[in-house]
Design a protein around this ligand. Structure first.
Ligand SMILES: [Zn+2]
Ligand SMILES: [Zn+2]
Ligand SMILES: [Zn+2]
Ligand SMILES: [Zn+2]
Ligand SMILES: [Zn+2]
Length: 377
């Protein structure tokens, strides 16, 4: 907000109590007391800033006093200093304001002075600003906004346009709208979460191939107790060279895929993989396995969470040809493999029977469960 003064301050408004000679403080355009003065850089004559702006807009670009091109500078400090000693009567004295203020404080007071006129936005009546507060409380036409339903109405419309029923209906409508919006937002978030999860899981998948285990080229070896974050029970592994040398007729030989790991894991009885530490969970994406000695060997894979069975899948394995078994089991902590049945593959009659060659396990490290999704009810 800017000052209401459109030009200098008339000399009658200078309070009698001040003993300052004001003759030198006159604006040479409006002939009143300088108000927010600026000065000509050349001749240093001060003018009211409003007077000067009007002068420059209407006439030329020259100073009204020295006739040189007007370049503005700050009002000389001695003028500002004398002005600051003046006491000025409020512009709204005629309306009843009794304030007499230091020159510097005048602007702020006059912007806020309660004795200026204000127009009621409802009934359009002009009144003193200080009276408007009381008027507003009773004016029938003043626009009001309901805090609950946000409806705008005039006071005299309260019984027609803003009844309790209307207010409640409006609130209900707003709530429904908000509900819809947040519901939409949540659905969007869930979709994003799913996408992120999908992206992330493809990055975070670990494929266990047994490649980096100590070489089992000379002897069959037991899996280390803990390997790749899992505890392996009743599972051993062998090197391709050992398979060729000692079990040349078995399906092990062909279960080494070209360019893949030189180790395969195997088991001939119920075997277990559980996460370490046990309170964690993991996702089993898939495994690759085949039968080592039998045709029609059945493998039952069971997943547990806190000792409760959560998934199960049975599959007939191929002899010597690893197949990928897709599982996509999430949020589990233990997997049990149980080989069963089948008949000896031709030439494998002397083999140990229901043995499984496990060539790969694909693990998803990110254990995002369904409870990570926001539900809405
Ligand atoms: Zn002036
Ligand atoms: Zn000048
Ligand atoms: Zn006042
Ligand atoms: Zn009014
Ligand atoms: Zn309302």
């Amino acid at each position: 907000m800017t000052s209401i003064q459109q030009k200098g301050i008339s000399s009658e408004r200078i309070s009698q109590s001040t003993s300052v000679n004001v003759d030198d403080l006159e604006c040479s355009i409006c002939r009143d007391l300088l108000w927010k003065p600026v000065a000509c850089q050349k001749c240093e004559t001060p003018f009211c800033s409003t007077c000067m702006n009007r002068w420059l807009a209407n006439r030329t670009i020259t100073c009204p006093t020295c006739c040189n091109t007007y370049i503005e500078r700050k009002c000389p400090p001695f003028v500002t200093k004398v002005l600051s000693h003046l006491q000025i009567i409020c512009f709204y004295q005629a309306n009843g304001c009794q304030e007499i203020l230091p020159y510097e404080a005048l602007d702020k007071h006059e912007i806020e002075c309660g004795y200026q006129f204000a127009k009621c936005p409802g009934c359009q009546l002009e009144m003193l600003k200080k009276d408007f507060v009381t008027h507003k409380k009773s004016c029938e036409l003043v626009p009001m906004t309901c805090r609950d339903c946000k409806l705008m109405y005039k006071r005299n419309e309260a019984t027609t346009k803003h009844t309790e029923k209307i207010c409640l209906r409006k609130q209900l409508k707003r709530l429904k709208h908000e509900y819809k919006e947040s519901r939409g937002a949540i659905q969007k978030l869930n979709i994003e979460l799913r996408e992120i999860r999908h992206l992330y899981s493809s990055i975070k998948q670990t494929v266990i191939t047994f490649e980096d285990l100590p070489s089992a080229a000379k002897n069959l070896l037991h899996m280390p107790n803990v390997y790749k974050g899992f505890r392996w029970t009743k599972i051993s592994y062998m090197h391709e060279l050992l398979a060729i040398k000692k079990y040349s007729k078995s399906g092990y030989v062909s279960s080494f895929l070209p360019g893949d790991s030189l180790h395969v894991a195997f088991f001939g009885e119920t075997a277990t993989i559980s996460i370490e530490p046990p309170n964690e969970t993991f996702s089993l994406v898939s495994i690759m396995a085949c039968a080592a000695w039998n045709d029609d060997l059945e493998l039952t894979i069971t997943a547990y969470r806190k000792s409760i069975e959560v998934n199960q899948h049975s599959v007939i394995l191929l002899f010597g040809r690893p197949q990928r078994i897709m599982l996509q089991w999430k949020n589990i902590d233990k997997v049990v493999f149980k080989p069963f049945g089948g008949t000896a593959h031709p030439g494998c009659d002397e083999g140990p029977g229901a043995h499984v060659s496990l060539t790969q396990l694909t693990i998803d490290d990110l254990s995002l469960s369904s409870s990570d999704f926001l539900t809405f009810d």
